[in-house]
Design a protein around this ligand. Sequence first.
Ligand code: SF4
Length: 708
Amino acid sequence: MHQATNRHKTTCCYCGVGCGIVVQQESNGQLTVEGDKSHPSSRGMLCSKGMNLHYTVMDQSDRLLYPQMRMNRSMPLQRVSWDAALERTAAVFKTLVEKHGPDSVAFYVSGQCLTEEYYLVNKLIKGFIGSNNIDTNSRLCMSSAVVGYKLSLGEDAVPVCYDDIEEADVFFVQGANPAWCHPIIWRRIEARKEANPNVKIISVDPRLTDTGRASDLHLPIRPGTDITLNYAIGRVLIEEKYLDEEFIIDHTDGFTEYREQVMARTVEEAADLCGITAADIRQAAEWIGRSKGFLSLWTMGMNQSVVGVSKNLSLINLHLITGRIGTPGNGPFSLTGQPNAMGGREVGGLANILPAHRDVTNAAHRTEMEKFWQGPVKIAEKPGLTATEMFQAMDDDKLKAIWIINTNPLVSMPDVNSVERALKKGRFVVVQDVSSRADTVAMADVVLPAAAWLEKEGTMTNAERRITYLPKILEAPGEALPDAEIIWRFAQKMGFGDRFNYKNAAEVYDEYVQTTTDTTLDITGLSHEILRRQRSVQWPQRMDAAVGKASVATPRLFADRKFFTPNQRAQIRTAPDGNASEPTDTDFPLVLTTGRVRDQWHTMTKTGRVAKLNQHIPEPFLQINPQDAAERDINTGQLVTVQGRRGEVRVKAQLSDDVRQGVCFLPMHWGKILHSTLGRTNNLTNSLVDPRSKEPDYKFTAVQVELY
Ligand code: SF4
């Protein structure tokens, strides 16, 4: 019997729920994990992925252990020293920047990165190389919500906290399946309903999922009709006088235009377009209107859309016309996908933003950061390339070099065949990762081994603005280094040593914290040392100079009814309710929607190694309505080809009434390494994006399905 020697509190590294975990290290080196009962977000709960996290740490079979490089792609990768790998990378970057300008290089990073890592990459490329070409896989996930919040509330700021779940009596879940994808938030919702049977859950999704099954009302709308639905609900709220007129008059702009827009269609017309009944729309509106606490939750079904920003605005508007924001149990609550998507945005880790929610297009903001960083260049005033634009630019030979950190675009990007072509054409590809199972490693000229979860320290921000500190508990294997250290070592090789002269991640954090001074996300009351003691804090957390200590934390934003817009009023914004997705036709008559399964995470480089997790759903499948299947003589278990305008995949069919007629579903996780090219869902998806958020339209692809 081994004695427990060490117990460490940290945070799950999978999703934006950000559950607290206690990692126990036995004297024989074995690890176990359990939920951290003291963590306010998760209260001791973990989902199947979190409960099995220790297996991903103990199985080191796929770890990248040493820097590797090759002089051309026909040669195998060879082990080299860190100095050799970083010196060559720096030489290539310098040459390209000199010859083709700073915009010839780019960094594509990840919502898995810690805040300190994000901050350093951002500082390096924007303040020292002179390009805004840094984007992240959060672009594929949350950017429509970001733009929605900025346009309506003035800033990328989730107004609610998880404790609002226990105060709400209507949960409006649109384009999300939290029962599978945000399970611990969902468990809190279930507990709330169990304790209060009058609580209502409304689910809006073309598919009936476990979330829909547990809901009081499931609205299986046609893909792309969310705005129409939300406008119809808005119309009923107006007609039935569920508005908060005082709030509208005192704290918002834009209601007149909104009323005109939503009154343009009858509820019956909207119901026809959405493919549901007018009675169900009225029921949803009545529950929302009568509620004391109205919480709306959404994720990829709303964000991953060519009209994702308008979808977000149409939902936030329901809170603004009813005044249901900034009070207990009320508010819009975007469910963040990745564990640190929010932290990345806070430090400016997108092509259009700077630290502390500053904008690259704002001259004053650029000047502030230029003064702060004291780099050798002016910050470029044009936003950099976004995720999809980077690979298109590489395909066109406009972008010459890309450095990919902790993400696997060869599985996750839309129209992935074009991304594969671009990476093959790219002159220089650096892949910095933990795992050799990331498909993108095969494309690299230089491979840099990164330290994994538990092997480095830093911070993350979860979906309720809660910043937590993650301690280093284990040594990284081989020569793997923390991502932050890789970046500061590289910056030194580029000749920026005096401004990248850090001893540890705490110093990086201290520097970032200073950039937040007097901003809406002021966290000048925080440091690694304080977070080590307090474990987690919701931003803002100012240093109160008068008393010499941090201010009281802010669980809920806008309690004072002052929004972050220039006139401090929330903006009710309207847009046409059409959908500009790829059209279906007789060749491609079905709409393909994509998503996750319960026990897998993203491209499965971690969860795919855990036998227990693979048991749940061991292989990809196509969910198709029985009527659509009958028209094609397809039965459950048969191999089918899903054909689109850009490629195809071959998987087994699963007939189910859970998906509405005319729609089919593929999970997004499997890539070439795990299931050959025939299972890669993103062979089919397209690179249409929302024009404002640049987030891809993953949820709407025209396809045909036939028996293989
Ligand atoms: Fe981890 Fe998310 Fe599961 Fe919590 S809900 S244990 S953060 S994967």
